[in-house]
Design a binder for this molecule. Structure first.
Ligand code: NAD
Length: 276
């Protein structure tokens, strides 16, 4: 259903790799709500993924950009404003990657070259995106910038590895840049802390299946899907949330504030053991 919540708004969406990607769903939802945008991803992802199908569906152009390269980002923002015919109203940063996770390196034995690369891609790139937009004055007043995070930034999830540290830094950038960008031109900056979701990046985490099931039974509403995350992003890009900035917003069916659920409790009680 469309309420044209984003009619007349222009944006850039980073990170749609395939139809499972959260950014893919965000692009579809923004399109349905009347937005116009440019899609972008790392040059290597252009070859791996199916972004062109999404672009066709949304009437969007694709501009490759490595989010760690200031040169690529400047080119991306310049061309996007040319294509869309003016300054932007929203940006989605939906980017994450850890080589240590991919290689299965234990947190107590991290490879620091890999750590630096993952940190640059997953966290510092958010600062680079913001700094590029800020210096170019590329975002309209009351514009909205979002990045996607995970609760391992606040609580220990052993197999989330160095991505937990990357997410903590990412959320801090939203607060710090949110202050400066709000003061300069009333631009909002937030992170959404999403439930575990079956995507290429998610499935890379060891034992991810278990993560997903555990979170689902611990959340009163169950896990939030990628489509529900896209709906939340639309609301945060819209004018209905103009005064929300510098926040880490949990979008997790209540997981973050649940101490224990009855389903989990039952696994440890005699009654629960008998019933199962
Ligand atoms: N899947 C989950 O369980 C989950 C939960 C919470 C938060 N998140 C976050 O959501 C975001 C999107 O991940 P996803 O789950 O949709 O997986 P995904 O694999 O579909 O998306 C990750 C994207 O990052 C892109 N990317 C990697 N390196 C890049 C670079 N140098 N420059 C530009 N783009 C680059 C990839 O090409 C890919 O499109 C990530 O920040 C992820 O950490 C995911």
């Amino acid at each position: 259903m469309s309420n044209n919540l984003l009619k007349g708004k222009r944006g850039i969406i980073f990170g749609a790799l395939d139809p499972n990607s959260i950014a893919w769903k965000v692009a579809e939802s923004c399109h349905a709500q009347g937005a116009e945008f440019v899609l972008t991803n790392a040059p290597i992802a252009m070859r791996m993924g199916t972004i062109n199908q999404l672009a066709e569906k949304c009437g969007a152009q694709v501009i490759p950009a490595d989010a760690t390269s200031m040169e690529d980002l400047q080119n991306l923002f310049t061309k996007s404003m040319e294509i869309l015919g003016g300054k932007l109203d929203f940006v989605l940063h939906s980017i994450g990657m850890s080589i240590n996770v991919r290689k299965g390196n234990h947190y107590t034995e991290l490879d620091y070259d890999m750590l630096h690369k993952g940190f640059d891609v997953s966290a510092v790139s958010f600062h680079k995106v913001l700094q590029t937009a800020y210096k170019m004055d590329a975002i309209n007043e009351w514009g909205s910038v979002l990045a996607l995070s995970y609760i391992a930034a606040q609580r220990a999830f052993p197999d989330y590895n160095d991505m937990a540290d990357n997410k903590a830094y990412l959320e801090s950038i939203a607060r710090s840049y949110g202050y400066h960008y709000g003061k300069k031109s009333k631009v909002r900056v937030n992170t959404i802390s999403q439930s575990p979701t079956m995507t290429t990046a998610g499935a890379g985490v060891k034992g991810f299946d278990g993560f997903v099931k555990y979170a689902d039974v611990m959340s009163p509403l169950g896990n939030a899907s990628a489509q529900e995350c896209a709906d939340y992003c639309v609301s945060l890009f819209s004018d209905l949330t103009k005064m929300v900035t510098m926040q880490n917003l949990f979008h997790d069916g209540g997981f973050s504030y649940t101490g224990i659920s009855m389903e989990v409790m039952d696994m440890f009680t005699e009654n629960g053991k008998k019933e199962s």
